[in-house]
Design a protein around this ligand. Structure first.
Ligand SMILES: C[S@@+](CC[C@H](N)C(=O)[O-])C[C@H]1O[C@@H](n2cnc3c(N)ncnc32)[C@H](O)[C@@H]1O
Length: 273
């Protein structure tokens, strides 16, 4: 399929799915390949044929939505953001948790892909924070709309390439070889749980000290869905809690968050008076 034809198709289809084209610009090739494959499976000549098919087959929109999910992730993605979490944000949240007598720091990774992000947090906690806060444990909930990714997250097995940003010493301690893959050792999975959940439809019951929602709502969702997501995330955070976004994402206007001083892509929910 020609790139230009796919771009025209995406600019037509994405808004109808509540998604925004600019978020897909850089990753369009993988999405276009999937759409071309789907059109072939349906015996359609090209993307114009697929567009006509969508016009007359409403359930195909769900199939298209699945083709438009992007699941790229890596351990310690955006090094500066995780450095700042380790240096400033997690210690502050840990102090606050201890001050209110909590035994655990509650964290949620919304749109966790295959578990890279929640496991990064667990590894970082065990290596860098646990020795400073021995009375505090961590729990990380990872949720994703894609059941296959959640299954993969539970296996804890990864290709070496997805670990290249993780500090070497942490990687060597936390992983063991399993054929060509690396498997996360059990001790680093403690406190990490996964659930299939659509951010737009379901929410965890708990309140969290830290929520990561990176490279999902504020990149791919249209403004109404991004706004709704922000309100839902804010509703699950404790006052004073932190929200982490993708390094290049902007929060929708009028958000109840203030930038976390000295940290890129980290925001603090205002404390109640
Ligand atoms: C690009 S990945 C980001 C992964 C990770 N947060 C990161 O930044 O490395 C986006 C993830 O969001 C998931 N996702 C898409 N729509 C979702 C929704 N409505 N609810 C929950 N997860 C969703 C996708 O399946 C995908 O795994």
């Amino acid at each position: 399929m020609k790139d230009a034809d796919c771009v025209v198709f995406l600019q037509w289809a994405l808004p109808r799915l509540g998604l925004r084209w600019p978020g897909f610009r850089k990753v369009r090739r993988q999405v276009c390949k999937r759409i071309a494959r789907r059109a072939r499976e349906l015996g359609l000549a090209d993307v114009s044929g697929y567009r006509l098919h969508l016009d007359s087959h409403a359930p195909e929109w769900d199939a298209l939505a699945a083709l438009c999910t992007v699941s790229i992730s890596r351990f310690y993605r955006d090094r500066g953001v995780f450095d700042c979490l380790g240096d400033k944000v997690l210690p502050a949240l840990a102090e606050a948790a201890l001050a209110r007598g909590a035994a655990r720091l509650e964290c949620w990774s919304a749109g966790c892909a295959s578990g890279e992000e929640p496991y990064t947090l667990a590894i970082q906690w065990r290596h860098a924070l646990q020795p400073r806060f021995p009375r505090l444990d961590i729990r990380v909930l990872g949720t994703d709309v894609d059941a296959k990714l959640i299954e993969r997250a539970r296996t804890g097995c990864y290709r070496v390439a997805s670990l290249k940003e993780l500090p070497d010493a942490w990687r060597e301690k936390a992983f063991e070889k399993e054929g060509l893959l690396l498997r996360l050792k059990q001790g680093f999975r403690r406190g990490v749980e996964f659930e299939k959940q659509d951010l737009l439809e379901q929410l965890p019951h708990d309140r969290f000290d830290l929520i990561l929602c990176r490279n999902l709502a504020f990149t791919y969702f249209d403004s109404a869905r991004a706004q709704a997501s922000l309100e839902r995330l804010a509703g699950r955070l404790r006052p004073g809690g932190a929200l982490v976004t993708g390094a290049h994402e902007k929060l929708p206007p009028g958000s109840p968050f203030a930038e976390w001083p000295g940290c890129r892509a980290v925001y603090r929910l205002a404390q109640a008076d």
